[in-house]
Design a protein around this ligand. Sequence first.
Ligand code: ADP
Ligand code: MG
Length: 705
Amino acid sequence: MPSLKKYSSLSRFFDTKIEFLKGVGPQKAALLNQELGIFTYGDLVQHYPFRYEDRSKFFKIRDLHQDLENVQIIAKVMRVELVGTGKRRLVAHVADETGEMEMTWFKGIQWVQKKLPPGAVYIFFGKPAQFGRKWSIAHPEMEPLSQSAEKRNSFQPVYSTTEKLRARFLDSRGISKIMEQLIQVCLPHIQETLPQDLLQQYQLIGKQDAVREIHFPTDPARLQRARKRLKFEEFFFLQLRLLKMKVTRTEKYRGQLLENTELLKDFYENHIPFELTGAQKRVIREAYQDMKSGKQMNRLIQGDVGSGKTMVAFICMLIAISSGAQACLMAPTEILANQHFEGLKEYADMMGISIALLTGSVKKSARKGIHEGLESGELKILIGTHALLEDVVQFQNLGLAIVDEQHRFGVAQRAKLWAKNENFYPHVLVMTATPIPRTLAMTLYGDLDVSVIDELPAGRKPIQTVHRYDKDRLKVFGFINQEVQKGRQVYIVYPLIEESEKLNLKNLMDGYESIARAFPNYPLSIVHGAMKADAKDYEMQRFVKGETKIMVATTVIEVGVNVPNASVMVIENAERFGLSQLHQLRGRVGRGAEQSYCILMSKYELSKDSRVRLETMVRTNDGFEIADVDLKLRGPGDLMGTQQSGITDLLIADLSKDAPILTLARDAAQQVLANDPNLSQPENAPILRQVRQHKKSAVNWSRIS
Ligand code: ADP
Ligand code: MG
């Protein structure tokens, strides 16, 4: 495991190798390197406890009972023996004034044996178990009894450690002991990283105090303040970096002036098929402000499924085109690119604007024409998949690049898009339907401006969601029948089973067959990942046109597909899906004027998390509420896209629990940058020093945007 301690706030001294620390030495150092990625003093000092234990209490041997977790016992070593042949264990018989018990070791026997001369008195710590009438603790933590140990206050840090380390007595207690050494020598070297006025304004304790307190807490209240301080710092520097990136970008990159609204007006007055929602209008205005600002736009549009992001995209394209530039829209899948193309072509044709589709399955001969059209500037709008990132795709003047469903795209691909215009980087709009909780958005997209379409088109009825067990299947089929009779269409979705492509297909095919049997008179479509793109497309199109009534599919239809006449979404094995995926799938219905339904099918036995997920879906349609539950269930590490943002490297702060501190830290970072963009004022010297250190020790963050 590489060292992830990117937010180190520590100077050269902290680069010292841990083997030079008293009580460590080369062997233990090698183990710490290997097992915990701890190489230096800096790494070790930031190996924060993950919880604390009450060690104010000591048990008497007589009082032990079955229900105890870890206990502390003060006992004297009576005698020590090796038991068994071959795989032997060491047994120390120990006693206090109330009785006798055993401490046993299966590993590290030689080492521990030396420490157990008869008569030695130790504090033993571990989970007691009863064998026959004898109590025993296997591999207890132990430390010699001393006055200080006995009087020690209640809160003991618990450090994460591993089996291998434990075998070498680097259990939590062992780590705590070397930590004691380390804190002694290193405390004076710890520099304050935040300016005094920030500390005061946000009521934060100093860095030295915080570090000492986190490892050796004196009381719960002070420990709390130490934790707050360290979390704040972590968030602060993360936010500072993101905000700084944004400032640098807006200063450095000029943007093409896109301010002509002629086409937009024409479209709006003569062609637009519906009234825009207030939220759509606001987001279009926000993007327009950027496009005519002379600076490059990098804006994220968050809008729940069905909120009408595509129309916003098209109108922004119109602004680009009437200002003499070209526009492109990139979608994550071929189906989606097709659908965008079909939808937008209708509008583009009304306006006499040329538009083309470029995906992997577009024939070579057709591509040539597209390439030429783009280079001459005749072709105004290009819709496509990753195919449009290829180097051969050159624009005369790409002014606006739109990315749909961003989370499927990597950072590197975003950079490739930028490179499509050498004079000015194109303005970039990123559209996502993944409702990201605010805390996460602040971090993930901290360097983008964010617009939110927080309103659905009028007349939509909220989707009714129910949870049904497999035994209710007949009733569910009856309901499907009823809806199809009314002229509606139905999706039935099967989960992807990651371990096995084959199993997937079987699962889906079995489902398909039973549905075909249940509805012999309805034409069905089937779409899955193993199908060729054109076959998929053909099936999809039949469903879009209403020729087929029921679409049986795997999650390939998750993103973006739009069939307003589809009013029922049945999700099979719903317990296998994540919340955001369930929400995305549900968003495929409820797009027309009819009442829509989502039916979550599951087996009867459910894990606690699965139950929470299904209940959440039944309770609410609000994507943001769902995303919050998701974040709490899964933690931020699992959410899409977080891996590349660096936020999984947070040492102590937790995005799902520490939102209030994050908000404070972001405000603070904003305030600092607003007053002193280059961090050149003397009071901000600690920040600057810290930022420079990050730069040295960490990856090149500027690459990321
Ligand atoms: P998403 O935000 O999920 O990409 P779409 O752009 O696919 O949503 O829009 C969903 C549906 O709503 C489409 O059929 C679209 O034509 C329609 N729509 C978009 N905006 C409006 C509006 N203001 N009024 C009515 N229907 C709209
Ligand atoms: Mg969409």
